[in-house]
Design a protein around this ligand. Structure first.
Ligand SMILES: Cc1cc2nc3c(=O)[nH]c(=O)nc-3n(C[C@H](O)[C@H](O)[C@H](O)COP(=O)(O)O)c2cc1C
Length: 340
């Protein structure tokens, strides 16, 4: 029999640099959980933990590790049951809340929960929850390792929260899940397409949509842009509006403002002896009719956002917003707040 001689197992290097070691471990991307239990005296305990993992399908076992220095240690060492909450993408604040080293009672003040198996507090709004019976507790150096038998679980379709390199993140699949329509070259839009091409295509598609919306409201694209800009902040001056329009690659003269005044959509609050919109002290505001129209514009754009969220997915939409915001900051840091 050909036996492979294994090389001796390397002794662990006990002089590891803790900061670097933490960084290395941080490259392992995980979900985030809050694990709760109830102490014998009835006090609730809850800890944010990303050491959670699956162990066995049959029997259904999971594990996680808890720092020995944790305030919640006595509760988890004696608890018959604990509940794992796999956090949703929008629960990063809750994660931060349960990562604070304060008393169990304090952590649960103002937090809504129900009692689960073994009276472990059950939080809501999570991606999934698993209620477990403590099966084993093992030594794990400066942590203890808790193995639990899953007795029951519930789950939703909400995308989970992700933890990577010490920061919260959102996961989006890199698998191509939108097949190109028949006749379209599959290389047209892909992760390899030039960014300028993708941005321009997305922009023109969106501009086309807002042109349609503008037409429905009897507005030109420029008028649509002016009213939207006033909707985010009133009292802008003519020159400010012209600058903002410039960011969208368009220009207009005072006659456009005068026309919107004549149509009863905006008013010019003029300073004393200034009478033309191009006077830079004249603050332009929406009339009640203008406000109504802007509300329709905003409702329409909210509907369009919801449509994107539905077809793209919630975490993907958030990822898109995050990346576009970063991209814009890098390329044009001088754009004023909510210019449009
Ligand atoms: C994303 C994240 C993951 C964490 N994972 C763990 C973990 O797996 N085990 C652990 O003991 N502490 C973990 N912590 C730290 C605890 O949540 C934190 O020390 C908490 O204060 C412990 O609460 P306690 O001292 O009230 O028991 C994590 C913190 C964060 C933010």
């Amino acid at each position: 029999m050909n036996t492979m001689i294994k090389p001796p197992v390397q002794q662990s290097n006990t002089t590891l640099d803790p900061k670097e070691f933490r960084q290395v471990l941080g490259t392992f991307t995980t979900g985030v959980t809050i694990i709760t239990a109830r102490g014998e005296d009835g006090t609730p305990a809850g800890v944010t933990a990303n050491s959670f993992n699956s162990v066995s399908m049959d029997p259904p076992l999971v594990l996680w590790s808890l720092a020995r220095k944790s305030n919640s240690l006595p509760t988890f060492e004696s608890a018959s049951h604990w509940a794992v909450h796999i956090l949703a993408h929008d629960q990063d604040k809750l994660s931060g809340h349960f990562a604070r080293s304060v008393s169990g009672q304090e952590k649960f003040t103002g937090i809504e929960y129900q009692d689960g198996l073994g009276n472990a507090p059950l939080l809501s709004g999570c991606t999934a929850r698993l209620q477990c019976r403590t099966k084993n507790i093992f030594d794990g150096g400066d942590h203890i390792i808790l193995v639990g038998e899953v007795l029951t679980y519930d789950k939703t379709d909400t995308a989970p929260l992700v933890f990577q390199r010490g920061s919260y993140a959102i996961a989006t699949s890199t698998a191509v899940n939108t097949a190109p329509p028949p006749g379209e070259d599959p290389r047209n839009f892909s992760e390899k397409s030039p960014i300028g091409y993708l941005l321009a295509t997305a922009y023109f598609h969106f501009v086309g949509k807002s042109k349609e919306s503008a037409e429905k409201l009897n507005l030109s694209s420029t008028e649509y842009l002016i009213l939207s800009a006033l909707g985010t902040r009133e009292g802008r001056t003519y020159h400010e509006l012209v600058t903002l329009a410039g960011y969208a690659g368009t220009d207009f003269g005072p006659e456009v403002i005068n026309d919107l005044v004549a149509r009863g959509l905006i008013d010019i609050h003029e300073a004393d002896d200034l009478h033309a919109p191009e006077d830079d002290h004249a603050a332009i505001v929406l009339t009640p009719t203008g406000h109504n129209l802007v509300q329709q514009i905003f409702d329409e754009s909210n509907r369009a956002e919801e449509q994107i969220m539905t077809s793209l997915g919630v975490p993907e939409t958030i990822a898109l917003r995050t990346l576009l915001s970063r991209f814009i900051r890098i390329h044009n840091p001088s754009i004023p707040y909510r210019w449009f």
